[in-house]
Design a protein around this ligand. Structure first.
Ligand code: ADP
Ligand code: MG
Ligand code: MG
Length: 250
């Protein structure tokens, strides 16, 4: 589904990704772990096509297409969803408005009819229920005054509504208490655990991986993948730390 080969990218002339290669097949959850500053968020921004992140080499194939050749909105319409480490606030725009616009823009791009207000509200209620987020929250302005946990749950409602083929989730567990972590993790499973979908799950903690069990775990360090293994790799990192595990031969 996603095939990244020898990707290099820079910000402000500083090279951050240094020949990163990674593949995620349909049906897989691939966890990415790594020390602070390794380039995990940079990878998600590059995949999303964020301005300022300049790709200087390598390739990314997404569902048979050249991802790097696509505009950010084309990537989204092709089924790519990005969850952010720091969700943005949008004063003056309600969640419902925002989500409906986002969904209908993608449907238009794919040549599909927009959902009516009624159809959209039904869908939004279903997904809000899944994430145990009160519909009243969705009537409020996007993320304004939301707690960390509410932002993440609202973002997962957005993911449920857009129903992407592939999600890149950057530290979705940050700032969540134990209960919210379980709700969000189970939401990810419900929305994305499917033989036709894939997930790149960036996290520092095993506790999310207890809920969203990864098929593969890779360690990202200094802008490249230095080790890939199964779920046991995350457990070893938790117990032994990065230095011990990365010090071994790949
Ligand atoms: P991670 O998510 O793994 O903690 P990041 O991708 O956020 O790492 O950052 C990787 C490196 O890129 C860090 O050294 C960080 O300081 C640097 N970096 C991130 N954003 C910028 C920026 N806008 N300008 C310059 N350097 C940046
Ligand atoms: Mg970081
Ligand atoms: Mg980060």
């Amino acid at each position: 589904m996603l095939k990244i080969e020898n990707l290099t990218a820079e910000i402000d002339g500083k090279q951050i990704l240094n020949g990163l290669s990674l593949e995620v097949a349909a049906g897989e959850v691939h966890a990415i772990m790594g020390p602070n500053g390794a380039g995990k968020s940079t990878l998600s921004y590059v995949l999303g096509g964020r301005p300022g992140y300049e790709v200087t080499g390598g390739s990314v194939e997404f569902r048979g297409q050249d991802l790097l050749d696509m505009e950010p909105h084309e990537r989204a319409a092709a089924g790519l969803f990005l969850g952010f480490q720091y969700p943005v606030e949008i004063p003056g725009v309600s969640n419902v408005q925002f989500l409906r616009e986002a969904l209908n823009a993608q449907r238009k791009e794919r040549g599909e009819e927009p959902l009516t207000g009624g159809e959209f509200l039904k869908l939004a209620k279903e997904k809000a229920g899944l994430l145990k987020l009160d519909m009243e929250m969705l009537k409020r302005n996007v993320n304004v005054g939301f707690s960390g946990g509410e932002k993440k749950r609202a973002e997962m409602v957005q993911m449920g509504i857009l129903d992407p083929a592939f999600a890149v989730l950057d530290e979705t567990d940050s700032g969540l208490d134990i209960d919210a972590l379980r709700v969000v993790g189970e939401g990810i499973n419900a929305i994305m655990r499917n033989e036709n979908k894939g997930v790149l799950l960036i996290t520092h903690y095993q506790r999310l991986l207890d809920v969203v069990q990864p098929d593969k775990v890779s360690i990202l360090s200094r802008g490249r993948i230095v080790k890939t293994g199964g779920p046991e790799l995350a457990l070893r990192l938790e117990n032994e730390g990065y230095d011990a595990v990365m010090g071994e031969p790949a």
